[in-house]
Design a protein around this ligand. Structure first.
Ligand code: F6R
Length: 241
């Protein structure tokens, strides 16, 4: 694992954006795995600047997002599809048909999971997966539990995640109780992983995830087994390492 310590959120964002930019420059038809949440917003801003400045071309890039709430339409402002369109896709020259997010409003959850897993396989797998880290150690929506779940699946969100994410909704009641997420194997099969962490609130879980035991109680701990992980964090988030 490579660890990059930056002064603050902006530094984290620009460092991670540089790694992603290098990927896109070196392989124009990269498959990027993307995340939502607070952590990647600055990264996406930098990628948009790179595109606007003429340094980055996304016309050959394909993206697959980690997760999506179950029950939210793409037009819903809290859906991850909406987030991606507004925070990144709408501002760069990626082809809309090359952007993929699990479909939150399908009837048949199992079918959607199989479709998404097949899609990633048909794309040839993920070249670079961007990850944030949940306060409880989750990656995507792989929540702490008794076992690592390998493939894309539909999960019941934990109280901790509902609480952490209610800041994006008017009330906690509005936070969906289920979500689709890539599985642990799907994520681990990405050829490169870039995890971004910011703020002292993440310091404890960063230490547990990367220097504690590998356990499904801390889903991110499985990343210790991946051979190309880049952990990019600000001083506060990396303060306990
Ligand atoms: C979102 C996702 C989640 C977040 C995690 C951290 O697509 O996969 O695992 O990365 O909850 O969220 P933030 O960045 O808001 O702290």
């Amino acid at each position: 694992m490579k660890i990059y310590k930056t002064r603050d959120y902006d530094g984290m964002s620009s460092k991670a954006a540089m790694i992603i930019s290098a990927q896109v420059i070196l392989k124009g038809n990269s498959v990027l795995g993307l995340a939502t949440g607070s952590s990647p917003i600055g990264v996406y801003r930098r990628l948009i600047e790179g595109y606007a400045g003429g340094d980055l071309d996304f016309s050959g890039v394909t993206t697959v997002n980690l997760d999506e709430y179950r029950g939210l339409t793409p037009e819903n402002e809290q859906s991850y599809r909406y987030f991606m369109n507004t925070q990144l896709f709408g501002h760069i020259n990626i082809k809309p048909e090359n952007t993929h997010v699990p479909n939150g409003i399908v009837q048949d959850a199992e079918l959607e999971c199989t479709r998404y897993e097949d899609l990633i396989r048909k794309l040839g797998g993920i070249d670079l997966q961007l990850l944030g880290l949940g306060n409880n150690g989750h990656i995507g929506f792989n929540e702490p539990g008794a076992a690592f779940i390998p493939d894309t699946h539909c999960v019941d969100l934990t109280e901790s995640t509902i609480n952490a994410n209610k800041r994006f909704f008017e009330t906690a009641d509005q936070v969906p109780r289920q979500a689709f997420t890539m599985g642990i194997k799907t994520i681990l099969q990405a050829r490169r992983i870039v995890m971004i962490v910011s703020g002292e609130g993440k310091a404890g879980i960063v230490k547990e995830a990367f220097f504690g035991p590998i356990t499904p109680n801390v889903p991110a701990s499985i990343l210790q087994l991946h051979n190309d992980v880049h952990l990019v964090g600000d001083e506060a988030a990396l303060s306990l390492l």
